[in-house]
Design a protein around this ligand. Structure first.
Ligand code: HAM
Length: 432
């Protein structure tokens, strides 16, 4: 048969290749450790939901729902969508399984799908780690989720992230403000660009979000959302600011931070870096006290955030952790036959050891080459003679992890040590 044209991954959707996975796992492990330290429990929900869920939560006239969802009718005629974010699913599941009787701290991770124009830091399948807290309405929990993200940056070795916060008020306050803003923008409609004119009709608060430099002066003089906040919203926001100050977390109040999803009220926040170009928001979230009720549950306050793993990974320059410790090579008829059972015995004796057992035969030279390419710290070397004497060779391929000077690397590469097979489990760790 003639060779076929190879198929490619969908634009904006990426394969996670074997040599990248160690960094992803490291990031996910560190994040999970921090989340567990704050008492958050993981939840996993399906990647596909009824489209209606996202329309009712994110909002019919948001970019996500209007333009970016991967939606389809399944064979039973149901209207379904790949999830563009995790909050809606989390709320749906919490209602469905009666999780809202008491305060809950939940986290999740996984791929999200938005058909945006792909560019650096913006993909059509991307990955989030998110947090949702249900049943707590005060500024103290807003502070906790921000402190948690701050600790995450420390755990990941990230500096240089800027925290922006804002308050959107409650729905009545926002409705009042919306009227004021629409009146102001209508009075200056000739100065708006097409996008803002469209948003003025559908989602006027999002005009504040415009990055168009020509609009900045106009928007800077727009009525202030903060002036529209009532007493309770103001007190909530001030308590959060005071908490951040007590905790020594620097922040900026950005009165034009409005977020692209409709469900937010009161606190919203973003962590932003200048190091990633236009897509600099690595983490974003806020309070959404009306959403549970809007999706059919009993009124329950809620707050959460999600961070973008691709963006965080691009920002951190951590070296990938080594993934292989040892590579067992065997030459000779008896040695080759004994290699797999010996590898099993070694794995029994050293449960944390990551060991590859060579497959496919070949000379010492070719097997050593494979061992070296695997990234292993040591080769374990078995020949018929060694086997007959009950011994095995340990040949360092790299200096031990805690000593990587050039001298130690050269010295390490030079020597091969022979040890009794029975003593291998005891001897091997000092070479790793
Ligand atoms: P979001 O702002 O849409 O919020 O997304 C959160 C983060 O996901 C962004 O700050 C960014 O790091 C990452 N992200 C979003 N879209 C993309 C993309 N196309 N490519 C790469 N990364 C992306 C939410 O999703 C809310 N559910 C957050 C939340 C949780 N609010 C309350 N609870």
């Amino acid at each position: 048969m003639a060779r076929q044209t190879p198929l490619r991954a969908i634009r904006g959707m990426h394969d996670l290749l074997p040599d990248q996975s160690a960094r992803w796992q490291q990031l996910e492990d560190r994040a999970r450790a921090v989340l567990e330290r704050y008492g958050y429990q993981e939840m996993r929900t399906p990647l596909v939901e009824q489209s209606e869920l996202f329309k009712r939560s994110i909002g019919e006239v948001t970019d996500i729902v209007e333009k970016e969802m991967y939606s389809f009718e399944d064979r039973g005629g149901d209207q379904l969508s790949l999830r563009p974010e995790g909050t809606a699913s989390c709320v749906r599941a919490a209602i469905e399984h009666g999780l809202l009787e008491q305060p809950r701290r939940i986290w999740y991770r996984g791929p999200m799908f938005r058909r945006e124009r792909p560019q650096r830091g913006r993909y059509r399948q991307f990955h989030q780690i998110g947090v949702e807290v249900f049943g707590l309405g005060g500024p103290d929990i807003d502070l906790e989720v921000i402190l948690l993200t701050h600790r995450l940056w420390q755990a990941l070795g990230l500096g240089d992230l800027r925290l922006e916060i804002n308050s959107l008020g409650d729905s009545a306050e926002r409705a009042d403000y919306r009227e004021q803003l629409v009146a102001y923008l209508r009075a200056h409609e000739d100065r708006l660009d097409d996008d803002s004119r469209r948003r003025l009709e559908t989602n006027p608060l999002r005009v504040l979000d415009s990055k168009n430099p020509d609009l900045q002066a106009l928007l800077a003089s727009a009525p202030s959302l903060h002036a529209a906040l009532g007493r309770d919203s103001r007190a909530h926001f001030e308590a959060l600011c005071a908490g951040l100050e007590r905790a020594g977390i620097a922040y900026e109040i950005n009165p034009r931070l409005v977020r692209g999803l409709d469900y937010y009220n009161r606190t919203v926040f973003e962590w932003i870096t200048d190091a990633l170009g236009a897509q600099g928001t690595v983490c974003a979230g806020g309070r959404y006290d009306g959403l549970v009720e809007q999706l059919g549950g009993r009124a329950t306050p809620a707050v959460g955030f999600a961070l973008g793993l691709e963006r965080l990974l691009e920002l951190s320059d951590s070296a990938p952790p080594a993934s292989i410790d040892a590579y067992l090579i065997a030459v000779g008829e008896q040695a080759s036959a004994a290699a797999m059972p010996i590898a099993e015995r070694i794995r029994d004796a050293l449960p944390a050891l990551r060991l590859i057992c060579h497959c496919g035969g070949g000379s010492f030279k070719s097997q050593f080459k494979r061992a070296d390419r695997s990234g292993a710290r040591v080769a374990l070397v078995l020949g018929d003679d060694e086997l007959a004497q009950g011994r095995i060779g340990i040949k360092p391929l790299r200096a031990p992890q805690d000593d990587r000077t050039q001298a130690s690397t050269d010295q390490a590469k030079a020597e091969q040590t022979s040890v009794a097979l029975d003593a291998l489990a005891e001897q091997l760790p000092r070479f790793l």
